[in-house]
Design a protein around this ligand. Structure first.
Ligand code: 4NP
Length: 153
């Protein structure tokens, strides 16, 4: 199973989702590849936002080595599941889909959490530290659900 996490810049939300999922896959010795990408090219080659890196480090997750890249059409061939953070990411990724099979790989990550009263992982870029903690909490819960799917395969 190859899993791709996607947000806008690939420096805040999707690196956090990537780091959480990689750690859970590694802790459970599962055979799965995890990566992340952004729909935009603003930060290509850059490290994750230092506020997200610090939030992750406080939770025992190291995302400092990740480098931002832009989502590309071939990602539809490489990945089985493409989790996006918000509706705008969804529209951008689906806009690049070549066929129905590509479209079916794309899912809003919070659709995994029907009990959570939010549909999108909010962009924390322009907010305070609370926003980063909130992103962590939502993505920790979401990646637990993905882990359970992998464990039950
Ligand atoms: P992300 O957050 O999509 O979670 O990585 C953002 C990072 C950068 C920008 C927007 C969102 N930006 O406009 O530069």
């Amino acid at each position: 199973m190859n899993i791709l996490m996607v947000c806008l810049g690939n420096i805040c939300r999707s690196p956090m989702a990537d780091g959480l999922m990689r750690k859970k896959v590694s802790d459970h010795k599962l055979q799965a590849t995890v990566d992340s990408a952004g729909t935009a090219n603003y930060h290509v080659g850059g490290a994750p936002d230092t506020r997200m890196t610090a939030t992750a480090r406080n939770k025992g997750i190291d995302i400092s080595g990740l480098k931002a890249r832009q989502f590309e059409v071939t990602d539809f061939d490489t990945f089985d599941m493409i989790y996006v953070m918000d509706q705008s990411n969804y529209a951008n990724v689906v806009g690049l889909a070549r066929n129905e099979s590509d479209i079916q790989k794309v899912e809003l990550i919070l659709d995994l959490l029907p009990d959570v009263n939010e549909a999108e992982v909010p962009d924390p870029y322009y907010g305070g530290q609370d926003g980063f903690e909130h992103v962590y909490d939502l993505l920790d819960k979401s990646t637990d659900i993905i882990l359970n799917k992998l464990l039950n395969e």
